[in-house]
Design a protein around this ligand. Structure first.
Ligand code: 5AD
Ligand code: SF4
Length: 442
């Protein structure tokens, strides 16, 4: 009997990519391949890549050099590149560096068994064609998460917002939504397997739309159906675009206790001039109005964001506008980046990357320092409060403690109780650090 070939897969970038790796593993296991978590015993190495910032690509390139050293010891080792870097780098990586045997873009994963057999017969294999309708709706992902409590479900792919800094429309193509029934079924299946939390993923979940007969299911309706699978199944989602997060959605979140009270609403900048150059399609004032709506409709809702420092033409005043907006919102959490020019974006084609590196770094530093202060304040306000916490596992720092999350997505650590991962406990917060709430079960 032929030995089963084992695949090792490494993932870079966002949650969407993690979710894609789970689809890849599912397709490969259907195709007769095994999986390994030990790189040294792999016959095939896949790296699922991210292009969002220059440093993400650099990390992948370094890693590929390491794989090259593994192949020196094991010449039959197959090395493949998947995901967002596929299209833009395939020529360089396959021809010049002669390192890759296979390249597959985000919409080409069904083709992987065929591409691998092509490699098996001594050819290089490439498929980077983007699709208008691929959603992998019928594929049951093989969960790669460690805790078996919380899983990702991809509900749409691609993006057509064309924010001027962003490479995603070019790497992931047209926006398309996945069959609503398949999302609900996948949630139910996960619940039956013991999962207690799903995160619905898309580049802009607010523009989710699925037509079924005469009915049009928008994101608020989809979220409601997923929430109705079981009250014990928590539901989160990412990412929302501020220009189209509706009151209908906010009321839906308020109505269901298992729809988590946390919204990730990337602002990118607090300056109207920057927002316009970024092609974000909202103003600072409109963004603030949406924050007011969240506070009014969902009291106690956590709000997180993404911020870019040093975008094209950004002045000190624009930067101050970002800091003042951060203070005004009082974000619970933020992902903060310095601007990195990406090829095939509106900004790369039409705007100069003219904020010096040292200035970008300085502004990013100020943004991070302010966010640390805001996160600290947010955690301080939680002291004394009691939260329902979904237990995820044993704390890495102390065997005697569990960790989990509250509805607001904050990590909560507490002494072990009888009920383990997958159960809900009430924890009263006694202390906190900048990243964690600590408390006791009540
Ligand atoms: N440079 C820096 N940050 C970027 N992001 C997207 N593109 C870029 C870029 N070219 C950030 C945005 C986005 C998050 C996923 O990554 O803040 O919301
Ligand atoms: Fe990176 Fe964007 Fe691709 Fe996700 S979709 S892997 S963030 S480039």
């Amino acid at each position: 009997m032929k030995n089963i070939q084992k695949v090792y897969i490494e993932t870079y970038g966002c949650q969407m990519n993690l979710s894609d790796s789970e689809i890849v593993v599912s397709i490969l296991s259907e195709g007769g391949y095994g999986r390994t978590e030990d790189i040294n015993s792999a016959d095939i190495i896949f790296v699922n890549t991210c292009s969002i910032r220059e440093n993400a690509e650099e990390r992948v390139r370094k890693r590929l050099q390491f794989f090259r050293s593994l192949r020196k010891k094991k010449p039959e080792l197959v090395i493949g590149l998947l995901g967002c870097m596929a299209d833009r780098t395939r020529a360089a990586l396959m021809d010049e560096e002669k390192l890759l045997d296979l390249v597959a873009g985000p919409d080409a994963y069904r083709d992987l068994p065929q591409l691998l057999s092509q490699v098996g017969s001594g050819q290089k294999a490439i498929n980077t064609i983007l699709s208008a309708d691929e959603t992998y709706a019928d594929i049951t992902p093989v969960r790669l998460d460690a805790n078996h409590v919380s899983a990702f479900i991809s509900i749409m792919r691609g993006c057509e917002n064309y924010c001027s800094y962003c490479v995603v429309p070019s790497t992931r193509g047209q926006e398309r939504s996945r069959d609503a029934a398949s999302v609900v079924n996948e949630t139910r299946d996960l619940f039956e397997k013991g999962y207690r939390e799903v995160t619905l993923l898309g580049q802009n979940v607010n523009s989710y739309e699925w037509k079924s007969g005469d009915e049009t299911i928008n994101f608020a309706r989809l979220l409601e159906r997923v929430a109705q699978v079981d009250p014990l199944m928590r539901v989160r989602f990412a990412t929302s675009h501020p220009k189209d997060i509706s009151d209908e959605l906010l009321h839906t979140i308020a109505r269901h206790t298992n729809l988590c009270k946390t919204i990730h609403l990337p602002v990118q900048s607090g300056s109207n001039r920057m927002l316009d150059l970024m092609n974000r399609k909202y103003t600072r004032e409109q963004y603030m109005e949406r924050i007011d709506a969240i506070r009014r409709i969902i009291p106690g809702c956590a709000i997180s964001t993404d911020i870019i420092a040093g975008f094209c033409h950004e002045t000190e005043q624009d930067h101050r506008d970002t800091l003042s907006l951060m203070e005004w919102v009082g974000y619970d959490y933020a992902y903060m980046f310095k601007y990195s020019e990406r090829p095939q974006t509106l900004a790369a084609d039409t705007l100069p990357d003219n904020v010096p590196g040292t200035v970008k770094e300085q502004r990013l530093r100020e943004i991070i320092d302010l966010q640390q202060k805001l996160s600290y304040q947010s955690n301080r306000q939680d002291t004394g409060k009691t939260f329902e916490v979904l237990v995820e596992g044993v704390s890495k720092r102390a065997e005697t403690r569990y960790y989990g999350r509250n509805s607001q997505n904050k990590v909560v650590v507490f002494p072990k109780t009888g009920s383990g991962p997958g159960s809900y406990v009430h924890v009263q917060v006694e202390r906190f650090t900048s990243a964690t709430l600590l408390g006791k079960v009540v």
